[in-house]
Design a protein around this ligand. Structure first.
Ligand SMILES: NC(=O)c1ccc[n+]([C@@H]2O[C@H](COP(=O)([O-])OP(=O)(O)OC[C@H]3O[C@@H](n4cnc5c(N)ncnc54)[C@H](O)[C@@H]3O)[C@@H](O)[C@H]2O)c1
Length: 291
């Protein structure tokens, strides 16, 4: 295993059983880091842990729901007790929820915020003291290009990802000069399981099923999780404050800066309206949108 900047460092990755988190775990392992990986999907996580250990990596694998504040703080204590604390923390776990704001039950928005926003807050708050004490390391929070622009049918997701961005950009300023690097990641479309696992409350125009939504995502997106992980790791090495992933992310970032209001017309044309009365794949409570 090559000696490099990550050798022997403790890398914490949430949502590591799939997609970007899984690719990051593999890269960190190859680079000689000690891996503290977690996910709600323990079967897939254990399979990854076995693969990484087989390749010679040191791995701690735990079932962890990032929405569970007490569990995340207890987990950070465990990483401190066993390995002397984290050096790199990637708050990566996330889910998707499709449906207009009018159609989304409040409970569904809370569910998404619990994972995509509060999960990042919990991970940051639980591990920040460990990095601050070392006056080193990186906290990397995964937002999205949907943290740069609003998109019809993605209201809850956009809210969480904009919130992650605001939280992280503030933290970066507050940690300036402390030695702790803070980065916000804005991936464009990445070929992962996210669309497949999405809760679809209302179908976008032109899609007749949740499966069709996932298929369309699969057809349109270009970047692989491996490319995404490599970009994030380069960003950590360079201590970049903002990490854009994929050509689409660069275009969207430019659009948001150049046309901060008028971008919406282009986005509406690209993403279309939302069909009414759509089927809900994962939850049978579409009618409860008022709750
Ligand atoms: N794929 C994309 O196009 C894309 C674009 C922008 C941002 N992102 C963000 O990248 C991150 C990783 O997503 P991905 O695309 O690799 O998706 P993915 O679905 O492949 O992986 C997400 C992982 O998070 C886990 N997870 C879900 N809920 C969890 C919880 N409560 N606690 C812990 N783990 C949980 C899942 O089990 C899964 O293993 C997410 O924050 C996502 O919002 C993805």
């Amino acid at each position: 295993m090559a000696q490099d900047a990550f050798t022997g460092k403790v890398a914490v990755v949430t949502g590591a059983a799939s997609g970007i988190g899984q690719a990051l775990a593999r890269d960190f392992a190859r680079r000689g880091a000690k891996l503290a990986i977690s996910d709600v999907n323990l079967d897939r996580l254990n399979a990854l842990a076995a693969e990484l250990r087989q390749a010679g990596a040191t791995v701690m694998a735990d079932r962890l729901d990032v929405a569970d504040r007490d569990a995340l703080f207890a987990y950070a204590d465990k990483v401190a007790a066993e390995w002397g604390g984290a050096d790199i923390v990637i708050n990566n776990a996330g889910v998707a929820l499709v449906g207009s704001i009018a159609s989304l039950p409040v409970e569904q928005i809370e569910w998404l915020m619990g994972i995509n926003f509060w999960g990042v807050v919990h991970g940051t708050k639980a591990f920040l003291p460990q990095l601050a004490a070392k006056r080193a390391g990186s906290i990397v929070n995964v937002s999205s290009v949907f943290g740069l622009i609003g998109v019809p049918g993605q209201g809850a997701y956009c809210a969480a990802k904009f919130a992650v961005r605001g939280f992280t950009e503030t933290l970066r300023q507050e940690m300036h000069g402390t030695g702790v690097h803070i980065a916000c990641v804005h991936p464009g479309g990445i070929k992962t399981n996210i669309a497949n696992a999405a809760r679809v409350i209302e179908l976008p125009a032109g899609a007749d099923s949740a499966e069709a939504v996932a298929r369309r995502f699969e057809e349109v997106v270009r970047t692989t999780p491996e490319q995404a992980a490599a970009t994030i790791i380069r960003g950590i090495e360079k201590r970049a404050p903002r990490i854009l992933i994929g050509a689409d992310a660069h275009v969207i970032s430019g659009l948001a800066r150049l046309l901060p209001v008028a971008y919406a017309t282009l986005v509406r044309k690209a993403f279309g309206g939302l069909a009414r009365g759509a089927k809900n794949k994962n939850n049978a409570n579409t009618a409860a949108a008022r709750s």
